[in-house]
Design a binder for this molecule. Structure first.
Ligand code: 3DU
Length: 214
């Protein structure tokens, strides 16, 4: 199954709720991060829970293990079902997030390689592959890998096996959903949905891709 995950990055509660409401019937999860949380506070998570969808906290947590676990506890207490952390701080930092996630029956995803052009500067050259291997050892639920570079995501799939891959970069960043959907477990789409005049129709436009991965 390939899920459609809405990256809900508008910075007002009014916009976030309007867009989430329109898109909800056509998506499988909502991902929020700093733009919305810094504008509206963590409590927005409780309101978004009303749509009955998994809620992923994209904080790209990247600190020492103790700070990571303090952050992760706040995330799951706020009602999230998943957290995204960075892998480069090391396996102990990742394990801290994984433990809190699993203690709360949630999931932890680790950024292996980023989707923007600069994402190729440091994550390539073997780093993303090492992070993906570490993710398996650390017991995390999956990785974040780029829709903008499907050839890289294909390599990471070979390493990660049946763990999940969630893939941002479709739409505004130029990633082709038809190419990536068959490779990953979830495509993450932000601006192509939330900047649309009709976010419901924009989300519905991805219907044929949901479930593409067998
Ligand atoms: O480019 P979009 O508007 O579709 O948004 C993509 C979302 O995914 C956005 O929230 C961004 O912070 C997140 N993301 C990436 O774009 C790339 C990554 O490597 C990791 C997360």
């Amino acid at each position: 199954m390939t899920d459609l995950i809405l990256a809900l990055d508008p910075t007002t509660k009014t916009d976030a709720m309007r867009i989430a409401s329109a898109a909800a019937p056509h998506i499988d999860a909502i991902k929020i991060g700093y733009p919305l949380i810094l504008a509206e506070g963590l409590d927005i998570a409780k309101e978004l829970k009303a749509f009955g969808l998994p809620l992923i906290a994209d904080f790209k947590v990247a600190d020492i293990p103790n700070t990571n676990q303090l952050i992760a506890k706040q995330v799951f207490e706020a009602g999230f079902s998943g957290i995204i952390c960075h892998g480069f701080p090391g396996s102990d930092s990742v394990r801290a997030c994984v433990k809190v996630a699993h203690d709360n029956e949630g999931e932890c995803y680790v950024v292996a390689e980023m989707s923007h052009p600069g994402g190729a500067e440091f994550f390539q050259g073997g780093t993303a592959e090492r992070i993906a291997r570490m993710v398996i050892d650390a017991g995390a639920d999956g990785i974040i890998a780029p829709a903008t570079r499907p050839e890289r995501t294909r390599i990471l799939r070979e390493i990660i096996g049946t763990r999940k891959i969630l893939s941002p970069g479709v739409g505004a960043q130029g990633g082709d959903p038809d190419v990536i959907a068959g490779l990953v477990d979830g495509i993450i789409v932000g601006r192509a949905i939330y900047e649309s005049d009709d976010p419901g129709a924009a989300a519905a436009g991805y219907a044929s891709l949901r479930g593409k991965r067998t």
